[in-house]
Design a protein around this ligand. Structure first.
Ligand code: ATP
Length: 360
């Protein structure tokens, strides 16, 4: 049995905001939907500061609704429109309203000129998803492919650092965004479009709007493949991407540890539900080879991801070693896949598999 819309509104409209008004008087509730016991709505606030002030209100609304017998889940999305950036005289920084609400779109769309879109996900943070994305992009570019890299890791965009790009991308006409270029790869990061801390209140519709703009308003040009570095986990960015773009498939990065694998399983499940085929699993931080004595150690276990791939009937695409140079390369903006060591060779093999499989 579904809870009544009026009951939901009645339950929350009397909650007091810090300024003294009630939630009902302030008229902040948007897009209320009720499906069975699942209540969802948007709280549209003025700006990030107001969103922070209303965190208690959000909690109180959730608490009150969860206390209703027919309600078993409450999702509240707090959004605040990002201020429009004024373009400096003579053009320059984009005046796009990154983080605005999405525009209507009929299902996932291809990106003109882009042949394949590959999402790179992980269940857990810190498993090396961004590192794998930047190195794979470079390895594919070295293999002669036209490669784009979109850093959609809104909570910790690291591609500017890892690829060594800085500066705000230009938008001469205020409409299209010109991406940056590094190591033969066309790069765009959500981090290059934000002021520090701006993304903290983004959820739901605003993330959807930001993703739509990054996919459709960036001049990606002709690409064999666009790699998309996702935030860890299973959230709104993944959902937005799969709803907005015709994703070729997803690669899942995991360490061999069980805990990472457990989380990776959740990510795999999510992509399946979003109808994005999982193209394969990659094991990062597999083997550590001591640079002094050549001894191989498996700090995070070994072979777990290959076994998991087998069990799930998914391709296992390769193992990437744990190596100090990988981190140093990531920190200095020069991915190690540009060199010729064992890790670069592992990335070249991974790139080769994707090219031969028609995915890149
Ligand atoms: N194979 C590796 N060898 C050595 N260091 C690595 C390796 N892979 C990743 N790292 C290091 O581990 C840290 C985390 O990597 P990275 O930022 O790529 O992870 P992530 O999964 O994208 O994390 P986040 O959750 O922040 O998105 C970085 O300092 C990176 O340089």
């Amino acid at each position: 049995m579904s809870v009544d819309r009026e009951v939901v509104l009645g339950e929350i409209s009397e909650i007091r905001l810090p300024g003294g008004e009630t939630l009902g008087q302030a008229d902040l509730v948007r897009a209320l939907t009720i499906e069975g016991g699942h209540v969802r709505f948007v709280l549209e606030v003025r700006d990030a500061a107001m969103a922070r002030e209303l965190a208690g209100v959000e909690d109180e609304a959730r608490r009150r609704l969860m206390a209703l017998p027919a309600v078993d889940r409450v999702d509240i999305v707090m959004t605040a429109p990002a201020p429009r950036q004024a373009a400096p005289a003579g053009g320059g920084a984009p005046s796009l309203k990154i983080g605005g609400h999405p525009t209507a779109q009929a299902g996932p769309q291809p990106i003109p000129g882009v042949r394949n879109i590959i999402a790179i996900g992980s269940g857990k943070g810190g498993v090396g998803k961004s590192t794998v994305t930047s190195n794979l992009a470079v390895a594919l570019a070295r293999a002669g492919r036209k490669v784009g890299l979109l850093d959609a890791d809104i909570y910790g965009p690291s591609q500017p650092r890892m690829m060594g790009v800085t500066g705000r991308p230009a938008s001469p006409d205020g409409q299209r965004i010109e991406p940056l270029h590094a190591h033969g790869v066309t790069v765009m990061s959500i981090g290059l479009m934000l002021k520090e801390g701006e993304a903290v209140v983004w959820r739901g519709p605003m993330l959807m709007g930001a993703m739509q703009q990054l996919l459709q308003q960036v001049n990606w040009g002709e690409l064999d493949v666009l790699l998309i570095d996702l935030p860890p986990g299973t959230g709104d960015v993944q959902l937005s991407l799969c709803q907005k773009a015709a994703v070729t498939g997803a690669l899942i990065v995991s360490t061999p540890q069980d805990i990472a694998l457990l989380d990776a399983r959740r990510a795999i499940d999510m992509f399946r539900k979003l109808k994005a085929p999982v193209l394969g699993l990659i094991e990062n931080m597999s083997t550590y080879v001591c640079p002094n004595c050549g001894h191989e150690a498996h700090l995070f276990g070994h072979g777990g991801v290959a076994a998991e791939a087998k069990e799930l009937g998914l391709p296992f695409l390769g193992q990437l070693p744990l190596e100090l140079d990988v981190r140093l390369g990531g920190d200095s903006g020069r991915p190690v896949a540009l060199d010729d060591g064992p890790t670069a060779r592992a990335y070249a093999q991974l790139a080769d598999r994707l090219v031969k499989g028609g995915m890149a």
